[in-house]
Design a protein around this ligand. Structure first.
Ligand SMILES: NC(=O)c1ccc[n+]([C@@H]2O[C@H](COP(=O)([O-])OP(=O)(O)OC[C@H]3O[C@@H](n4cnc5c(N)ncnc54)[C@H](O)[C@@H]3O)[C@@H](O)[C@H]2O)c1
Length: 350
């Protein structure tokens, strides 16, 4: 058996916008001798694209996954379009390679199930690429959770002609669905949603109201046709408000101080009783957040799991669960759209 600090040979399949980021991080890991990582190469069906990224990050370009396997890759990022995740990850896992698969895990839950089965059958470490779990602001928030009851989440970005093979729910909102599922730890009871295609043929802006068995309610808005870039999650739990900014990697907690003079006599649902009491003070607190690129933290964690042959921090089952929820949102949007005859309303005049 190999020691856990042996040199690990990493690779990337997919040299597009996001695969390039994986390549940059593996280049950085290779440059740090304490990491014992060798970046063996990158594959793309568009070979010149693989060559460009390989040249930029000092690695080899390959025309096929078989060439990357022959070069000895052991741990690999799958950063091809979602529709190709299954085919690429299956090929790698069947040949003994551990994988981290970009989000969304697959285009259907059935494909996600197949990925889970293949990983199990071949004894592979397989991680779902939900990188916001590794955002230091999210990590700093986990210890603060008591009983979150109300979430307000916004993920807005300006339009760019990328990831248009999936709608905004699978492209952007899925990040927040994954985080809220991890925070709430309760089954989803009801999903109501509205969504519209604006600049593409798929839903570009969506709003969802989700209720959990715990009674928690979460409102999500995701847009890829905004004029501004916002990535914020705010929630309320008893006597606390928590505001998390994914982009700034910043968390603000406002806690209501002990009520005085007679908190027992105060009924928060009776305004007269609240006014009769002294108004509470509010204490702000910013937990320490050690800034780090989430993708670097994600790949560090993946390679650690590969070395230790341990369960990854974000499993394929996590990826499947949030994919199933995202599909439920997509269906709720379609149901709303049918109900209000949206196709007729949005049809461009001929
Ligand atoms: N985690 C995040 O925040 C985040 C952000 C953006 C994209 N992504 C995900 O990353 C993945 C890639 O997205 P992107 O924006 O880089 O896409 P992209 O279209 O820019 O790049 C995909 C690349 O894969 C190549 N390719 C396609 N099929 C292939 C195959 N079978 N074998 C080898 N190469 C193949 C294409 O030629 C292209 O170069 C998607 O799953 C996307 O959802 C994740």
């Amino acid at each position: 058996m190999q020691s856990s600090n042996h040199v690990l040979r990493a690779g990337v399949v997919g040299a597009g916008a996001f695969g390039r980021n994986h390549a940059r991080v593996y280049r950085d890991l290779q440059a740090d001798p304490s990491q014992n990582v060798e970046f063996v190469g990158i594959v793309d069906t568009d070979f010149p694209r693989a060559q460009t990224v390989a040249n930029e990050f000092g690695t080899s370009a390959f025309r096929s996954i078989d060439e990357l396997i022959a070069a000895g890759v052991q741990a690999c990022s799958v950063a091809v379009p979602t529709a190709a995740h299954l085919e690429v990850a299956r090929h790698l896992m069947q040949n003994g390679v551990d994988v981290v698969i970009e989000k969304p895990l697959a285009t259907t839950v059935a494909e996600a199930d197949e990925l889970i089965a293949i990983a199990e059958q071949h004894g592979r470490v397989a991680q779902a690429g939900h990188l916001e779990r590794f955002n230091p602001a999210v990590r700093a928030t986990f210890p603060l959770l008591t009983k979150p009851m109300f979430f307000e989440v916004h993920r807005l970005s300006v339009f760019s002609p990328r990831s248009l093979d999936v709608d905004v729910v699978l492209d952007l909102m899925i990040h927040d669905l994954d985080i809220v599922l991890a925070f709430v730890q309760s089954p989803v009871k009801e999903v109501r949603a509205v969504g519209l295609p604006i600049l593409s043929q798929k839903v570009d802006i969506a709003n969802v109201r989700m209720e959990f068995e715990s009674g928690c309610v979460a409102n999500f808005t995701a847009s890829r046709v905004s004029t501004e870039r916002v990535r914020k999650l705010r929630f309320f739990q008893p006597r606390q408000y928590v505001s998390l900014d994914y982009s700034r990697q910043d968390v603000l907690v406002l806690t209501v101080d002990d009520l005085s003079p007679d908190p027992a006599g105060m009924d928060p649902f009776n305004p007269a009783s609240v006014v009769a009491s002294a108004l509470p003070g509010i204490t702000p607190f910013r937990p320490a957040v050690a800034q780090q690129e989430p993708l670097r933290a994600e790949l560090d964690s993946f390679l650690r799991a590969v070395r230790q042959r341990s369960r990854p921090e974000v499993t394929l089952e996590d990826g499947r669960r949030v994919l199933a929820l995202a599909m439920q949102v997509v269906e709720a949007i379609a149901e709303h759209s049918r109900r209000v005859h949206l196709a007729e309303l949005t049809r461009t005049p001929s």
